[in-house]
Design a protein around this ligand. Structure first.
Ligand code: TIU
Length: 216
């Protein structure tokens, strides 16, 4: 069984029972001119994940292992957007890449470099966590996955919410430090520390080259 040198201790996994989760690698969060940047955020903190994640996807796919992508967003009538989220502004408004975080709009979709393949699952989620109001549990069960490799953005928001909940649902999660990103460097650092603290309180942390090497 492959074992990855991880914090706080090695992460052992059966590739046949492990899915790769790619969270919210959407244009509106990652690209200059998008929603994220319009809020004053430094998108380069997120876009640096595209290259390592692209290499990881190529390796993961070469072994025929399952990939699950997620996208944060809402129906065009915003009926699935909680009023409290709507009140914060932005969602559904016209942005540089179409209506912000609305399904079907250019900015809502995944960046070209990480485009899902035909046979890969794409989960549309209205919340920060990927389990809330989605079919993710059923998808994972159908794949027979027992562990998750987690990547995407942002580290302290959608990645944390999802990993915390996956942990409660009984899935061991390996979070890849170079394939997750935060707009805020200190949140990235401390967000990763929180995951692996207290003896892997809700997950393990390694980088993608270490995982790719363990797959070989
Ligand atoms: N995907 C995700 O993390 N959604 C966010 O809104 N993140 C922020 O950090 N804003």
């Amino acid at each position: 069984m492959p074992s990855v040198d991880a914090l706080p201790h090695p992460f052992t996994f059966d590739p046949a029972e492990t899915a790769l989760l790619v969270i919210d690698m959407q244009r509106d969060f990652l690209l200059p001119g998008g929603f994220g940047e319009s809020l004053g955020n430094d998108v380069s903190q997120l876009s640096r994940t595209i290259e390592p994640l692209s290499a990881l996807l190529a390796a993961w796919r070469s072994y025929g292992l399952p990939v699950i992508h997620t996208r944060e967003g809402h129906l065009p009538d915003l009926s699935d957007c909680p009023p409290a989220k709507l009140r914060k502004g932005g969602i559904g408004e016209q942005g540089a890449f179409g209506r912000i975080l609305v399904r079907g709009e250019y900015g809502h979709d995944i960046v070209d470099e990480l485009a899902p393949l035909e046979d890969e699952v794409v989960i549309d989620k209205p919340g920060k966590g990927a389990f809330y109001a989605t079919e993710l549990s059923e998808v994972i069960e159908k794949l027979g996955a027992k562990k998750l490799v987690v990547t995407g953005v942002t580290t302290e928001v959608c990645v944390h919410t999802t990993v915390r909940e996956a942990n409660d649902r009984g899935f061991d999660c390996l979070v890849l430090s170079d394939c997750v990103g935060s707009y805020f460097p200190e949140f990235q650092r401390v967000g990763l520390e929180m995951i692996a603290a207290q003896g892997a309180i809700f997950g393990w942390v390694a980088d993608s080259p270490t995982l790719i090497a363990a797959l070989q």
